[in-house]
Structures are given as structure tokens and as C-alpha cells.
Design a protein. Structure first.
Length: 558
């Protein structure tokens, strides 16, 4: 399977799926996200159908729309994503400078004035040399005020060790052997029961992609399942339906899938049964969850494949029991408006879920993606309404985006979002808006200006409002082996920030290299954090304490 295609389809799936809040078993939701992508991918076989019954048109238009979203994502982000893949496989050097400031209006206490002055004059710099194939890296970082270096740090990492040194505070490296991580953690917390060894290698996107065998299995299995279980009588079609948007009239095909309660519950149960017995699917899921769960230094409990498979199947069995006990009084209805290119421009889905004692909760999802004005303009919308007979339950999400294409790759976007809740603990609305102006002939070489606003309304608390601007300048080329990213961010906080503002500038440049220029550092005479002697501790306290005191005096803190 083509890496860029897989990556883009994963991104498209992410764009179209609402986030789920983790419940009592967070691992389920990791699995659920992967499952959604796999099952969607399993319908791709319908792209080969020619004679389109209502059922076939329904499935084909959905997969074509999904693929179009993947293509759009790839067009806008493909070069950057390709560069990130190259970065994960090749030696590189990355230099970054971060600076910023705080502008607080009005009178400030003296200590805050000093902090404001330091922030306005400070800069953080980093330089990272890395060789991912050998799992080695060397990082130099520094903090400077008015161009004068105050604090610096060096970090050296190999598959066997990680070491850090702050020369301006203490002259020696402090290092930890990867296979002594558990011992180190138990010194901090005697009850620690996590991994004994550190794995510094990050997750590679290629580790999550499907291979040809896996892709074929999923397509064959779930395309066949849908073809068999989604009966023709569930679908109806109306040709030449009038559809009007922004003054333009279109002729579309309306395709409806409608299942009653018994049919809906049967379909869900049969799908769960299929997934429960699909051992190949269990392996696909387990391999990826284990890869994610056991990567990096942020590991918690180590995850093994058999545990993931067991938890996955148990979760599916629990879900099947819940389906059996749940009422879906109005069944499930999905209505698609399909244009002449067999793309879904309007979609509405409705379902009501209830148990035997509580009132039902109705979920309505409406999406729209309509090009018009000779494809120069495009309106997108996602609307989710959750309603309940209970006054303190329910909420809504409304997300709209208006795209206006200009010459070449230039365009503007006007994004608005509103999230509302009736829950007393979070009653009210969160409102976000952002206007973006994209300029540049190539998506990989663009300047993007974004003006945004974030605020709240309703509820019991005081309203909050933040406004700001983000200017992004990017220049990325896989062929020429470089990436340049500049972000200039300014946030105005109004009364919530004493009528002040915060600014941040991030300038990052990366070059891919044939060979990493890594120092050969001998740690034999440095300090192992697992075996610091009393003499070493005394020496550290005296020297580091004196240098820290001198630093604080220099900064005016003491």
C-alpha cells in the first residue's frame, strides 16, 4: 500500500470522526479509533462496482468522498508529511530559536515587572543532531538574556544510555543506563511497577500502516460482510432531486439507508461477532497498540499483545451485551445527497438510544461539503445535536468553514466552531473563530496568517475571551532536504490578562544529512544517577549551589 495514500486516509478518517471521551477502560478508545479506520477501509472494494443499485451507490459515494478528503489532505500536507518520514529515517540537524514577550498594561508589582523584563529579553536556542537508524542524538540548548548566555545544557542519547549536563551549573554529565530505569524509578517511588528498561525509539508512522496482506484481509472480510448484511431493501434512491446552496441549484441523487430497531441491533451484533472471531484483526490491532503503548520514556504499564487481544475481545463482548439491553426505538436513518461526481455533498444521520428505564437520547449528525461558483468556493459544515428528555443532559457542536480559492494555491478560510452543553458542571458555550489567509504558489512554500478568537458565553462563570494572530511561514522540500518553519504568535487577553498580550516567536530550520555529526562521549568518569556516592553528592551541592546563587544574583532575583 502506498505510504502517502495510507497516511492521507488515516488523516481523512481522523477529520471525519468525533472524539470520544475515555471511559473506565481507556484502551478501548485507542482500539476504537483504529477500528473505525480499518472498517472504513474495508469498504473500498465497492469502488470497482459499475452497475450501481441504491446500496452500491451509497457505499461507493461514501468511499469516494473519503478518498477525496484524503487527496485534499495530501495535496495540502503531503510534502511536509513526506519530509517528516524522511526525518524519521535519516540523519539530520535541527536548529530552533524561541523568543517572546509579555506586555502587561497598567501598574504591576515590582517582581512581575522584573519577570516581564526577563521574558522580553530572553531567548531559548536548541540544536539537535540525530541519527534515527543508530538511535543516537546530541542536543545543545541554551537560555540567553540580551544576547548573553546564562544557562546551557547538553543531552546525549544512545540505545544504551541517556546523559545530561548543565556546564554552567556542574561540569559533569549525569547519566542513566537504559536497563537501569526500573531501579532508578524505585528510588523515587518504592511502589513503582512499570518498565525496567527504557526504549528511546519513537513510533514511526510506517509501523502503523497496513501491509498488503493486512489490507487485503480487511477489504475482503468487511466488504463481504457489508455486501451480505446490508440488504438491498434497506436502501432507496431518488434521482434528480433539487438541492440549493448559496443561490446555486443542483440536481443530486438522494440515497437513503433506513433500518428499524431490530435490523439496527442485528447489524451491530453481527459486526461485533465478526470482529470477535477475526483473529487476524486482533493481531493487527494488538501489534499497533503495543507499538504505541510501549514506546518512549512516557511508558506506564508495559503492554503485551496477548493482553491487548484479550481486552479487545472482552470489550467487544461487553459492547454486544450492551447492544442487546439497549433500545433503539426509531432505528437508524442515513440520508446522502450525492452529486454528479458521486461525492457526498450533504449527509444526515439520526439515531435514538435508550435503555429500559431512562428516557432516550437522540443523536443527529449533519455534514455538508458543497463546492460552488465554478469550484472557487466551498462551504463545509459539521453539526452534532444530542438531545435528551432530561434538562441537564445534551449538547451540540457546530463547525463551519468557508473556503474561497484565489489564484493558484492562494485561498482564504473562515472557520467557526461552537460547543454547547447542558451539563451543570460545564453549562454554557465555547466559541472559536479563525480567519486564515494562505499565500504562496506551492502548499509547501506558503505564508499563512490566522486571526483567531476564543471565548465563552452562558454558564455560571464570568465570560472569557482571548484574541490573537498566528503568522506561519513554511518552506519545505524533500528533494532539497530542508525544512524551514517560522511561527509568530500574539495573544491579547483583554481584562483576563490585565489588558496585556503575550507574544511568541519560534524559528526552526532542519537539514537532512548523509551522516550525523555526533560527538563520541565517554561516560566512564561521569555520574551514574543510580549510584551517586555521598562524596559526589556533597560536591554537587557545593558547586551547583554556588553557581545557582551567582546566577540568581546576575538576574537580580537575590
Amino acid at each position: 500500500m502506498d505510504n502517502r495514500t495510507t497516511r492521507s486516509e488515516m488523516a481523512a478518517a481522523t477529520e471525519t470522526m468525533p472524539n470520544r471521551q475515555a471511559g473506565k477502560f481507556p484502551l478501548k478508545w485507542v482500539i476504537a479509533g483504529i477500528i473505525a479506520f480499518l472498517v472504513i477501509g474495508g469498504t473500498a472494494a465497492y469502488a470497482l462496482l459499475i452497475n450501481k443499485s441504491p446500496k452500491q451507490l451509497y457505499l461507493l459515494s461514501e468511499i469516494k468522498t473519503f478518498q477525496k478528503a484524503a487527496e485534499d489532505f495530501d495535496h495540502q500536507n503531503g510534502e511536509l508529511a513526506d519530509f517528516q518520514e524522511e526525518l524519521a529515517e535519516n540523519a539530520s540537524n535541527t536548529k530552533t530559536k524561541i523568543s517572546g514577550g509579555l506586555d502587561a498594561q497598567g501598574a504591576l508589582p515590582p517582581e512581575f515587572e522584573m519577570i516581564q523584563e526577563l521574558l522580553n529579553e530572553a531567548a531559548i536556542t536548541t540544536e539537535v543532531e540525530q541519527d534515527p537508524k543508530k538511535d543516537r542524538s546530541y542536543t545543545k540548548a541554551g537560555i540567553a538574556v540580551q544576547g548573553e548566555n546564562l544557562l546551557d545544557m547538553e543531552i546525549y542519547q544512545t540505545p544504551k544510555q541517556v546523559a545530561a549536563k548543565v556546564p554552567s551549573i556542574y561540569e559533569k554529565y549525569f547519566y542513566l543506563n537504559a536497563n537501569e530505569y526500573g531501579q532508578f524509578m524505585r528510588q523515587l517511588d518504592p511502589a513503582y511497577s512499570g518498565p525496567e528498561k527504557l526504549d528511546f525509539k519513537p513510533v514511526d508512522i510506517k509501523d502503523l500502516e497496513l501491509n498488503e496482506k493486512e489490507e487485503k484481509h480487511l477489504k475482503d472480510t468487511y466488504a463481504a460482510f457489508l455486501n451480505e448484511k446490508l440488504k438491498d431493501e434497506y436502501f432507496t434512491k431518488k434521482d434528480n432531486v433539487s438541492y440549493e446552496h448559496n443561490g446555486e441549484k443542483l440536481k443530486v441523487t438522494q440515497v437513503t439507508m433506513k433500518l428499524n430497531e431490530k435490523e439496527t441491533k442485528a447489524l451491530i451484533s453481527q459486526l461485533l461477532d465478526q470482529m470477535i472471531k477475526d483473529k487476524e484483526l486482533h493481531t493487527i490491532i494488538a501489534n499497533r497498540v503495543v507499538k504505541i503503548g510501549n514506546s518512549g520514556a512516557s511508558q506506564m504499564d508495559m503492554i503485551d499483545p496477548d493482553t491487548v487481544k484479550t481486552d479487545f475481545v472482552d470489550g467487544l463482548k461487553d459492547a454486544k451485551k450492551e447492544v442487546k439491553e439497549t433500545r433503539i426505538p426509531k432505528g437508524f436513518t442515513s440520508v446522502l445527497m450525492v452529486n454528479g461526481d458521486e461525492l457526498v455533498i450533504d449527509r444526515k444521520m439520526d439515531v435514538t438510544v435508550a435503555d429500559s428505564t431512562e428516557p432516550g437520547t437522540a443523536v443527529s449528525i449533519h455534514t455538508m461539503d458543497v463546492p460552488y461558483d465554478a469550484d472557487k468556493k466551498r462551504d463545509q459544515e459539521l453539526k452534532v445535536d444530542i438531545t435528551s428528555d432530561k434538562e441537564d443532559e445534551g449538547g451540540s457542536l457546530l463547525l463551519t468553514n468557508k473556503i474561497n480559492k484565489k489564484e493558484g494555491e492562494d485561498r482564504t478560510e473562515d472557520l467557526k466552531a461552537k460547543i454547547s452543553s447542558k451539563d451543570p458542571a460545564a453549562e454554557g458555550s465555547l466559541i472559536f473563530s479563525m480567519k486564515s489567509d494562505f499565500s504562496g504558489k506551492d502548499p509547501a512554500k506558503q505564508t499563512i496568517k490566522r486571526d483567531f478568537s476564543l471565548g465563552t458565553e452562558g454558564g455560571t462563570g464570568s465570560p472569557v475571551k482571548l484574541e490573537g494572530t498566528v503568522i506561519q511561514k513554511q518552506d519545505v522540500s524533500v528533494k532539497d532536504k530542508y525544512s524551514s518553519q517560522l511561527f509568530e504568535i500574539k495573544v491579547n487577553g483583554g481584562a483576563d490578562m490585565a489588558e496585556g498580550s503575550i507574544s511568541l516567536k519560534i524559528d526552526s530550520k532542519t537539514k537532512l544529512k548523509a551522516k550525523a555529526d555526533l560527538p563520541d562521549i565517554n561516560l566512564d568518569n561521569e555520574i551514574n544517577v543510580n549510584s551517586i556516592t555521598p562524596e559526589q553528592m556533597t560536591d554537587i551541592q557545593l558547586k551547583a549551589g554556588a553557581k545557582l546563587q551567582a546566577l540568581f544574583l546576575q538576574l537580580g532575583i537575590l
